[in-house]
Design a binder for this molecule. Structure first.
Ligand SMILES: *Cc1c(COP(=O)(O)O)cnc(C)c1O
Length: 446
């Protein structure tokens, strides 16, 4: 029994009702009657409590969490330091607005981000609420600095749901369909996607993208190149080695701001503090959110001081940006990652999960590609013996897992990728149990 800050939540999967249970069903009816239909849910199960690697639902079922609320609760959903820091802050003050009467938590988070992000250069940070808001602001900052307008993004990219970030996101359904017109001056370049581009060398793939950018946009009109070092919603696509360094070098040579969208990959998720670290790539600007604050809403743009200081005073901000509760949580989450060695824990999880997935793959041709790093892992499903995407299998496997109390998410342009994003506070026993369920799911769907 693991003690979670006064709340004991046994770290074991347990089903006491069918899923969804009667209370979840009741709540789902209320949801349908009260909440806008555009908000979907992965599972029709309502949470009551969460911590370690478990989500307890309102019917008393204990589910294994392989999603972390989409890569957010990296330190756990009730990490003791986060709970303590937020509890203390909430009774001091909930809000003053940093643009009215500032407070030290915001400054301390900026200092921490300047320290932990890639590169030893002079940096500045600015805080916001959501990943999309931070991506938008990175573009604003790059435009102010360069005096240029155009932005290049990549195939399969996901950058958010606001107007500018919808334009930057690749996939129409469900993110963009019916929601246009979209922001102008956003251009898309080809990605390195080893499983689907014949294993093209990373430098060759970068040269192909750069050639298209130079021909179709022109480097001298380009403010920023924005890229996820490992794509999230697009399918956990890891570009071939050499791709990111070549793009970063081209940006430097052409006065283009290189922006790493590490909203999903950041904060120990990939076995490094940031995914850029694994190839020594130093972005000009890095966008963070999701795992930054143990579940509280916070996002940031961090980068080279001369770029970050380009917008005029008053040009950046927002009522809630860098909320004091979120800042207290972020400081506690970063301390937890560093003090508890969570980058190393992410690499242990990679070994355990990849071993399990490779074992299933060895006997099953429908597992086309096992990939990812740290605790950001995925399997791309295909029709046996071909490369043809199989979204139905992804849906069947995830449904099977959901019914047995394992929270798994899907992703990918073709909807055929199962992704695994466990909190780093999960135990090996829970991971083993979850992958026993997934192995059985592959057996059952043969
Ligand atoms: C989730 C995500 C976003 C958007 O973040 P929100 O907080 O949902 O606005 C942007 N970029 C990437 C890579 C993401 O994974």
């Amino acid at each position: 029994m693991k003690r979670l800050h006064g709340v004991s939540l046994e770290q074991k999967r347990r089903l006491v009702t069918e899923l969804p249970g009667p209370r979840s069903q009741e709540l789902m009816e209320r949801k349908l009657a009260a909440v806008a239909g555009g908000v979907g849910t992965t599972m029709p199960v309502f949470a009551a409590r969460a911590g370690g690697g478990i989500v307890l639902d309102v019917d008393g079922n204990q589910l294994i969490d392989l999603g972390s609320g989409i890569a957010v609760t990296t330190v756990g959903a009730t990490a003791p330091r986060v709970v303590a820091a937020v509890t203390e802050q909430v009774s001091a003050f909930t809000h003053t607005c940093f643009m009215v009467t500032p407070y030290d938590g915001y400054v301390a988070v900026a200092e921490a981000l300047n320290r932990v992000t890639p590169g030893g250069h002079e940096k500045r940070s600015v805080l916001f609420n959501s990943g999309a808001e931070a991506v938008e602001n990175a573009v604003k900052i790059a435009r102010a600095y360069t005096g240029r307008n155009a932005v290049v993004v990549f195939d399969h990219a996901y950058h958010g749901r606001t107007n500018l970030t919808m334009a930057m996101t690749a996939k129409s359904m469900p993110y963009k369909h019916g929601f246009g017109p979209f922001a102008p001056e956003v251009y898309r370049a080809p990605l390195s996607y080893p499983f689907r581009d014949g294993g093209l060398d990373g430098r060759v793939a970068a040269a192909r993208a750069i050639d298209q950018i130079e021909k179709q946009i022109g480097a001298d009109t380009l403010a920023a190149l924005v890229i996820e070092p490992i794509q999230g919603e697009g399918g956990f696509i890891e570009p071939a080695p050499g791709f990111l360094p070549a793009l970063a070098a081209w940006c430097r040579a052409n006065g283009v701001v290189f922006v790493a969208d590490e909203v999903q990959t950041g904060f120990a998720r990939t076995g490094h503090m940031f995914a850029c670290d694994s190839e020594g790539v130093v972005p000009d600007l890095i966008v963070t959110a999701k795992g930054i604050a143990g579940g509280l809403p916070l996002s940031a743009v961090t980068g080279r001081a001369e770029i970050m200081n380009a917008p005029h005073s008053g040009g950046l901000g927002g009522t809630y940006g860098g909320n004091p509760l979120a800042c207290a949580a972020a400081l506690a989450a970063i301390e937890t990652i560093e003090a508890d060695g969570l980058t190393a824990r992410a690499r242990e999880i990679e070994t355990l999960v990849k071993t399990r997935l490779h074992k299933i793959q060895a006997a099953d041709g429908r597992l086309g590609d096992v990939r990812g790093r740290g605790a950001m892992l995925a399997v791309e499903l295909v029709r046996d013996g071909s490369g043809e995407p199989d979204p139905r299998l992804a849906r069947d496997i995830s449904r099977y897992a959901h019914q047995r109390g394992v929270i798994v998410l899907t992703c990918g342009t073709y909807g055929n990728v199962l992704r695994f994003l466990p909190p780093l506070s999960i135990s090996d026993e829970l991971l083993d149990d979850a992958f026993d369920v997934l192995a059985a799911a592959f057996e059952e769907t043969r």
